[in-house]
Design a protein around this ligand. Sequence first.
Ligand SMILES: *[C@@H]1O[C@H](CO)[C@@H](O)[C@H](O)[C@H]1NC(C)=O
Length: 398
Amino acid sequence: MARSSAATTPVAFLCLIAAAGRWAANAFPRSPIGASLGSEHVVEEWGWTPGADRRGAARSSSVLSGGGPSSGSAAGKGGDEVDHSPSLTVVGQDNGVLIGVGRLVMRVANAGGRITSCKIDGVETLTQADSQAAESGATFWTSPQADWGWPPPAAIDTGHYSAKFGEGLVKVTADEDISLRDTTVSVSKTFRPAGANAIEVVYDVTNTGESDVTMAGWQVTRVDRGVTFYPTGQGATPASSFEMNTSLGYSWATYPGVAQKNFGDGAGGWLAHAQTVASTGVLLLQQFEDIGAAQFAPGESEIELYGDPGGLYMELECQGPYTFVRGGGTLSWSVIWKGEVLGAGTAIAEGSADLADAAERLKGQDAREQGRVLLSLPRQLTWGGQDGVSRDRMQHRW
Ligand SMILES: *[C@@H]1O[C@H](CO)[C@@H](O)[C@H](O)[C@H]1NC(C)=O
């Protein structure tokens, strides 16, 4: 989906600086991050003033989501929408930030702007094996791979990203552009609530040169062994080194711990991965625009799975439409992340109707709503060591 870069729309916002600790965890009991706030944090709430017209605040916030895939979904809700809408909490950490929306908490590192952790109810969904640090977490590349070969351009895959914080948003931008065919592009990632327990990651790729370029967005997520599945589409795909099993209308794969690659076409605009954790399991769901074969980047497809040859991790890969972008233009594409701890007894296996139901239920939850925002940051947030982000900078409008 090509759309304008709504995320950078300047908005006027109220910035209320509360005394340290004033917004204690109790004010936001549903936030796992809020519960861990200490007095060393400066807590700021943006965009919503207690006692003020809450509906007014919600309306102004919605400017930020204009043009998004489901931005109209909050329309027509009653006057209590803010009380039930998501809040986004940010806790600064050395070399990264924690971003929480309800029960979902992501860690975003300054290195590569990577999502290095994504927990639902405290349960990790991404691989944490540290022996493959170069290939960990979730990263973003441009597609097709033929444009850059291997390895991926360092500036966007592992290079330093700088962060900005706005009303209901965290935006990280790669410090350096990359060369892409005859031009250069810059990459940024904006994190914002997409529901009570959902985070949308908006990938903006701006053509900073003068030559036109055609490209697609590509999100790559490393997970531990488990069962990956998505609704089966009909589009023709490049040849795969393994085939998925199909059942109940879904394509299924269990990572066998050897190198392999599957090119697939989805049908429902999502892909899911379930893995056993302790006595139960956890489900990670990623939603994106469903595309057909005519929109695939050359040699690529909508959903790709890759097994690490060392047996350490599996990659869940989704791609957006191959899009023509003129010099100065921006390709904007997004993925919504959700998770669920599975009930005991849920069969984590290929062809499991329980799993398919859980994913479909999760997919239907949490239409986008914008709501109150809590930013909680240390007095001096170190973002990458070299580029300490001061509170002054965080308060800039953007
Ligand atoms: C497909 O199912 C067979 C039989 O259960 C299994 O051996 C094989 O590993 C499955 N393939 C994938 C890609 O998961």
